[in-house]
Ligand binder design. Structure first.
Ligand code: ATP
Length: 436
């Protein structure tokens, strides 16, 4: 969350949060269904919890080929609690399986929920959740590919995300924080992509009742600033059209490397106004992002379709799919389900050229952005593989102000992004929920 958001919530006490202690490999946790799970090595660290490799409890130690991960947080912390609610309601394997069958899908990129519970250790209580173990995240892939994905890959990612979004929307939730760092490849199949991190997911229609449109200045700019929806910038609770809008910004960034507002992410009002202007004149926005030869017609159509959606509208998913399919056809490609991450050699997009020019000017007059800029906070941590487990270099702890809604109320949450050596961390400036 940008510094401005902190000011927006002044007067609120930061929520106190604790980071879970590290459990030794071999620790056994028993879930509410009385099933026992064994922890392996920790492989990741979120804002407040740790992620461990895990397997069903047996005499064997948990190896690098574990099929599950367990997320553990002190029980009083909120983020895992709200994420767990999503998983319990919408990610049970049977529910996903029957949706896939009825919608004739080969796969659906929502990690399966396998169990959860509370664990006592040393007089303290921890909440845990067992989900599918996944592989590399797409932000890492994006950086490896020189911050450009091929058009075919982007359109296929868009199609996979439409399937995922339709599923979660039909199960009363919106994600509200779609971005490459929240997309992970399957651990076993490099062609399957999963949407993760439901800490910000919002139940937009509990028991089928839609929330009313209401702008709340106290909750403006929730989400990840460069991608968040215009509704979120205005402080309206997220809805289905917002997810489609966020997806459109992601696709543009993946295609051309940079969104036009990326050089001013520390100014959320500027970002909001740029998005509003872009929506008012999509054709001009496209010209800013792409050269005339590279302009993808389907993205413009996709954005026009998003613009036409009302706050309560159910998106016409099939129409969105056919727009992306038409894009594949235009480049003589097919949705063959293969995710090919290749480096794109191409001229910089107009937005990239503008950013480069700005950098030269800023360097010349000494006004280059400082480390407090969200762009820099989102820098990807280079992770090393050690024994098949991701490791990240030690960083000094940074504090980030987070602003988001909890139980329908806006709360400012201050979080310490702590790092411990040996853990992959994905905290890239996304707001966290407090335990309030
Ligand atoms: N299902 C999974 N399988 C394998 N690794 C995972 C999985 N989920 C998360 N990780 C790893 O754990 C790291 C932290 O994930 P986690 O979801 O706890 O944090 P986060 O929610 O992304 O963090 P924050 O919310 O603070 O930004 C990820 O970078 C990834 O390396």
């Amino acid at each position: 969350m940008p510094p401005k958001a902190k000011a927006a919530g002044k007067g609120r006490a930061p929520a106190k949060r604790k980071l879970a202690e590290e459990f030794p490999p071999g620790e056994v946790l028993t879930d509410v269904g009385k099933k026992s799970w064994k922890l392996g090595a920790p492989i990741g660290q979120g804002g407040f919890g740790l992620i461990y490799l895990a397997d069903e409890n047996s005499a064997k130690p948990v190896g690098a080929d574990a099929r599950y991960v367990i997320k553990v947080e002190p029980s009083e912390n909120g983020p895992l609690f709200s994420e767990l609610k999503f998983y319990m309601r919408a990610a049970k394997p049977d529910l996903i399986q029957s949706w896939m069958r009825s919608h004739k899908l080969k796969n659906l990129g929502v990690p399966r929920y396998w169990g959860s519970g509370l664990h006592d250790k040393g007089g303290k209580k921890y909440r845990f959740m067992v989900i599918d173990r996944l592989g590399s995240d797409l932000q890492k892939k994006f950086e490896e590919c020189g911050r450009r994905f091929s058009r075919k890959l982007v359109l296929q990612l868009g199609l996979r995300l439409l399937d995922i979004l339709e599923y979660i929307h039909e199960h009363e939730y919106v994600h509200a924080d779609i971005k490459a760092s929240n997309l992970m490849l399957s651990h076993s199949d490099p062609n399957q992509v999963y949407l993760v991190d439901y800490g910000l997911a919002y139940r937009y229609s509990p028991d089928g009742v839609l929330k009313e449109y209401k702008e709340d200045p106290k909750r403006c700019h929730d989400g990840t600033i460069e991608f968040t929806s215009i509704d979120a910038h205005k402080g309206v609770v997220p809805c289905r059209r917002g997810d489609l809008e966020i997806l459109s910004y992601c696709m543009v960034q993946w295609l051309c490397g940079r969104l036009p507002w990326e050089d001013k992410l520390q100014d959320p009002v500027y970002v909001r106004d740029s998005k509003i202007r872009s929506q008012e004149n999509i054709s001009e926005f496209m010209t800013k992002c792409f050269s005339s030869q590279e302009k993808p017609d389907e993205i413009q159509k996709f954005m026009q379709e998003v613009k036409a959606l009302g706050y309560h509208d159910k998106p016409p998913y099939e129409k969105f799919r056919s727009i992306l399919q038409a894009g594949l056809k235009a480049i003589q490609a097919k949705d063959d389900g293969k995710m090919e991450f290749t480096t794109i050699n191409g001229a910089a997009s107009p937005a990239q050229k503008a950013a480069k020019r700005k950098k030269v000017v800023d360097e010349a007059d000494g006004t280059e952005e400082t480390d407090s800029s969200p762009v820099k906070k989102k820098r990807v941590t280079k992770k090393k593989e050690v024994n098949g487990v991701k490791k990240s270099p030690k960083k000094s702890p940074k504090k980030a102000a987070k602003h988001k809604q909890i139980n329908g109320k806006a709360k400012l949450v201050e979080m310490a992004t702590q790092t411990s050596p040996g853990l992959a961390q994905r905290s890239r400036g996304r707001p966290k929920k407090s335990s309030a």
